[in-house]
Design a protein around this ligand. Structure first.
Ligand code: ZN
Ligand code: FE
Length: 254
């Protein structure tokens, strides 16, 4: 079992501190910066054993070097990104299991946003760290990968249990919600979610975690093969990849 603590950094990033309940081993997922993380660890009398990176972008690895220097922690990432993740020590592959004390997580290759992007899944806790692949009501932009890769990545995430909590890399939920409701203004479940999101953001609180089942139902980027949805948003149903591409372009231009 792990405890998850969300830490807001930069303008809209989330880093996460995770603590294995038994061993108390502590890791930081995607430290954007070092200062905010150090402050939290010191305030709570914690040390840092690992850094776990989802991908190489600076807003996810920016704290790597300073945190490693201070805590002598090991840095974990995708072996495919070993040239791009600063000071990586432990290079994991798709489907590989890593033990954090008594807890363990699995690596899920999710190329699309970047070629080397991975998500980390703690099956016992039903917790997914999705980085910039899956956001609440959105998905990452295709900076390096193709629509085909992103669709295949999202299909893998859709297979996780519905009650899986999704801890993503950014608080983009409000703007994603604006786009989703623009596409399907009559969806009552989505309307309810949008109202909840607005209330939460008005109080400057986090909308994260989301749940896989909510994303499967309401996230436009999880519905590339939902023929009714594709028709509802005014697109011609071609195939998963073409449908996805069109939704991605619509969002980029929204
Ligand atoms: Zn990124
Ligand atoms: Fe990012």
């Amino acid at each position: 079992m792990i405890k998850v603590i969300q830490i807001a950094t930069l303008s809209d990033n989330y880093s996460y501190i995770i603590i294995d309940a038994v061993s108390k081993l502590t890791a930081c997922i995607d430290p954007s910066v070092s200062g905010t993380i150090v402050n939290f660890l010191e305030k709570n009398c914690l040390t840092l054993n690992y850094i776990i990176n989802t991908h190489h972008h600076n807003d996810h690895v920016g704290g790597n070097l300073e945190l490693k220097k201070k805590y002598n922690c090991k840095i974990i990432g995708n072996f495919k990104d070993q040239e791009r993740i600063p000071e990586i020590d432990i290079k994991l592959k798709d489907n590989e299991i890593f033990k954090l004390g008594e807890s363990e997580f699995k690596v899920i290759d999710t190329p699309g946003h970047t070629i080397g992007h991975v998500c980390y899944y703690f099956s016992e806790d039903k917790v997914l760290f999705s980085g910039d692949t899956l956001f609440s009501l959105g998905c990452g932009r295709l900076f390096e990968g193709s629509a085909i890769q992103m669709v295949e990545s999202l299909k893998k995430l859709r297979l996780l249990p519905g009650e899986t909590k999704i801890y993503c890399g950014h608080e983009y939920t409000q703007s994603n919600a604006n786009f989703a409701i623009h596409l399907s203004p009559k969806n009552n479940k989505l309307k309810e979610k949008v109202i909840k999101i607005e209330k939460t953001r008005k109080k400057k609180l986090s909308t994260i975690p989301s749940l896989i089942e909510e994303e499967v139902l309401l996230n436009p980027f999880m519905n590339f093969d939902n023929v009714n949805y594709i028709k509802e948003i005014g697109l011609e149903n071609v195939n998963d990849y073409e449908n996805f591409k069109k939704i991605r372009v619509m969002k980029d231009e929204f």
